[in-house]
Design a protein around this ligand. Structure first.
Ligand code: GDP
Length: 480
């Protein structure tokens, strides 16, 4: 618990310079953006004639998100939320477009469909929600921010190209999130299509599709010709049935921001995926460190809706500021409460920025310490290397290092330079990244800096394994 002098002054409606003067009297020479601890802040506040009410995270955010399990009789089936992932050019966008064209829940006025970040289609009277921003970064970014927005991942693999590096990456992301996958073998219309090769290659990543005796659903499709899209939708519904997706629609809404931007005419616009309850016009909501009152809601057909229940994506107008994709949304009872929460979060954000340089959460040592504190047994790692052979050798060697007490868990092992998407995946699990004979690009380095994720470079496997071993044995020895 700490606060900057500026924030303390703001909260007391005093001038920061007066706070600094008081601190100076007590022998502390501090500047306006310096951080003081809660005890000091309390002393200062009392000295200046304010009554102090300490507000902890638990208090301010108390009851904002319901984590209690809701009674079964309140729950109703909800549509599955699906994200499409796969290698570049394998047909993610084409598939999203084809599905939208063929089955989109058509608006009453036959309105033009707008890209709002998600849309719903209907199959045999059942709805399915698709997140309309393909790509791993978006998926993992949301996860890194605590949002669990996807129920099912569609892994698109082009039948003429097979499993590629980003296919593997997608598999790692889905696995790390614990989200079930359906494989869509795309481009079946092409003469060079070889679905058997795709199935065989997937085995290497421990994806065993049904026709190979496994339990991962696969569908052969052509996004271009529109072949088998109905079957894909049916399979999604089948998988959804297995997952027994349910939510209580009769309560205040909770959800996730899928996309948000500042619109010139309309002000801040955020697409919210409702996950629990029903969002209504007039509701007051908080999303990350922004709040608003729902002025209007629009669906993907640009039609006004008054209410949005579980799994429904809607554009929400009425935010005071623009929230960020991945922000969790909650409806609160009144404006005062919304302001309290948002003030608190904005303060936290500033403090975090101030304290950022203090530590990187993804360094090997820090990670080991944290694991020890938590009594955790697994050490997440992400490995990138120059060739498949060395990546596999490293992953194998590291996994062998494990004991019953602690083991390395390779989140993702891939070929190629370290990218921003790698950093996002690592950040979601607080895992350091190991680069073997590869470097991180600029965006990745910046993201790592921002997220506090350590990237370690090696060119000798022995050194790498030794370092990890040392870090793990540090964790094992009781005196540390
Ligand atoms: P993304 O990068 O995964 O989003 O891939 P796109 O949807 O942009 O598709 C990449 C290219 O593959 C485009 O030229 C598409 O027209 C083409 N494509 C996508 N699906 C199919 C398909 O089913 N059959 C054929 N022949 N081409 C396809």
């Amino acid at each position: 618990e700490a606060i900057t002098i500026q924030d303390l002054a703001n909260r007391m409606a005093e001038r920061a310079v007066d706070v600094i003067k008081l601190l100076m009297k007590q022998g502390q020479m501090l500047k306006i953006n310096d951080v003081i601890d809660a005890d000091t802040a309390e002393l200062i506040a009392e000295e200046m004639g304010h009554t102090v009410k300490r507000v902890s995270e638990a208090d301010v955010e108390d009851g904002l998100f319901s984590d209690e399990v809701e009674a079964d009789e309140l729950l109703q089936p909800r549509p599955p939320v699906v994200t499409i992932m796969g290698h570049v050019d394998h047909g993610k966008t084409s598939l999203l477009d084809a599905l939208r064209r063929s089955n989109v829940v058509s608006g009453e006025s036959g309105g033009i469909t707008q890209h709002i970040g998600a849309y719903q289609v209907e199959q045999g009277g059942h709805k399915i929600t698709f997140i309309d921003t393909p790509g791993h970064a978006a998926f993992t970014q949301m996860r890194a921010r605590g949002a669990k927005s996807t129920d099912i991942v569609i892994l698109v693999v082009a039948a003429d190209d097979g499993v590629m590096p980003q296919t593997r990456e997608a598999i790692s992301h889905a696995k790390a999130a614990g989200v079930p996958m359906i494989v869509a073998i795309n481009k079946m219309d092409k003469p060079a299509a070889d679905p058997t090769r795709v199935r065989t290659e997937l085995l290497q990543d421990e994806i065993v599709v049904e026709s190979m005796g496994g339990d991962v659903i696969e569908v052969e499709v052509s996004a271009l010709k529109g072949t088998n899209l109905d079957k894909l939708l049916e399979m999604i519904l089948l998988q959804a049935e297995v997952l027994e997706l349910k939510a209580n629609p009769d309560r205040t809404a909770e959800g996730t921001v899928i996309e948000a931007q500042l619109d010139k005419g309309r002000g801040p616009v955020a697409t919210v995926l409702v996950q629990k309850g029903t969002l209504k016009v007039g509701d007051i909501l908080v999303a990350g460190s922004e709040w608003g009152r729902v002025r209007a809601m629009l669906d993907e057909n640009s039609e006004q809706v008054k209410e949005a229940g579980p799994s429904k994506p809607v554009e929400v107008l009425g935010f005071q500021g623009t929230p960020e994709a991945g922000d969790m949304v909650a409806v609160v009872e009144n404006e005062a409460r919304a302001r309290e929460i948002v003030d608190y979060r904005q303060r936290q954000k500033r403090e975090k920025a101030t304290l950022r340089d203090i530590g990187s959460r993804g360094s090997l040592e820090q990670m080991m310490n944290r694991l020890q504190e938590n009594g955790a047994k697994e050490t997440p790692l992400l490995i990138k290397g120059d060739v498949q052979g060395s990546v596999e050798a490293i992953a194998g060697a590291l996994e062998e290092l494990g004991t019953d007490e602690v083991k390395a868990r390779v989140l993702h092992a891939g070929v190629g330079g370290i990218t921003e998407s790698d950093v996002t995946l690592a950040a979601a699990s607080n895992a350091p990244i190991i680069g073997f004979n590869v470097r991180a690009n600029k965006q990745a380095r910046e993201a790592a800096e921002r997220e506090g994720i350590e990237i370690r470079y090696y060119n000798i496997i022995y050194n790498l394994v030794d370092d990890v071993k040392a870090a793990m044995s540090g964790l094992l020895s009781p005196e540390r």
